[in-house]
Design a protein around this ligand. Sequence first.
Ligand SMILES: Cc1cc2nc3c(=O)[nH]c(=O)nc-3n(C[C@H](O)[C@H](O)[C@H](O)COP(=O)(O)O)c2cc1C
Length: 316
Amino acid sequence: MNRVCELLEIEFPIIEGGLAYVGNGLLAAAVSEGGGFGQVGSAGRTVDNFEQQILIAAEATSKPFGVNIPISQHTDFTPYFEVIRKHRNLIQAVSLGAGNPKPLIPVIKEMGLRILVLTSTAFHSAKAESLGADIIVCEGYEAGGSNGPSELSTFTLIPQVKRAVSIPVVAAGGIVDGRSLASAILLGADGVQLGTRFVATTECEAHDNFKAAILQAKDVSTEIMTRILKGPIRVLKNEYSKKVQEAEKENGTLETILPLVRGKYNGLAMFEGEISEGFMSCGQVASLIDEIESAEEIVKRMAREAKEVLNSPVSI
Ligand SMILES: Cc1cc2nc3c(=O)[nH]c(=O)nc-3n(C[C@H](O)[C@H](O)[C@H](O)COP(=O)(O)O)c2cc1C
């Protein structure tokens, strides 16, 4: 039995990563219905909306799902944790990213939930294990959204993290289909987490303009911005990302760059569809996505294809 499936009580080790603004309840439920593990995002949501999306997911599936808390994205995450505590019987796991998980791990453990911690180096993975994480999600810099400052690729990260910890390791960044799932497993991962692929789905509440931009993307259509903040973000290249890049070059500082990436600009493009007025988190795999499909179907197909790939003979 796969260890990730055992801990999360799911059929396939395919996880929907937290998706700021667009990680809605129906999407989480669809991923879980497909046999994977959906998650309701908290970034970009009011506390009330976060609670509502948890209830929508629970109504739409009886299968386990989780929630995502990117720590530094919230000025105060306490009320989100009150919602998690209130609905702990509906939730299987909490994933923590973008900040120090240390104070939150005991709180989640006490609620009886599983804990996934997002990391981007072997060192931080070992640290998260020592603090009590159940699963490490190691994310390479191919990934859409906020990346680790070390900018390691998923391909190199998986075996190094695998060496550093004994708990299960989930690979994120650059996973889009059965073949990439199989590759991650061959490199030693126990499962995978996807973000960009699940945005381009019928169940995701991302604006159609954002979904269309993903379908049009080429291999060179994403770029990293905000390196200067030691918090690189991978986005689709557009007028807005160019503006941020230029501001960075012109002696950008924390004070001048942070206001360009905090506040309304991410939601404006991804949720409201004003795609030139803000930035769209997006991974390098975007160019491999050709159709808006059902997330439930994507999970089922990925699992089927990965098994086929892993069972077929290869010559080297
Ligand atoms: C639109 C978008 C929003 C994201 N928002 C979050 C978030 O709120 N919290 C988080 O932990 N990760 C977030 N991520 C990262 C994903 O959860 C996931 O780890 C990543 O997308 C995996 O790489 P991929 O894009 O190559 O599939 C986001 C990614 C995208 C594409």
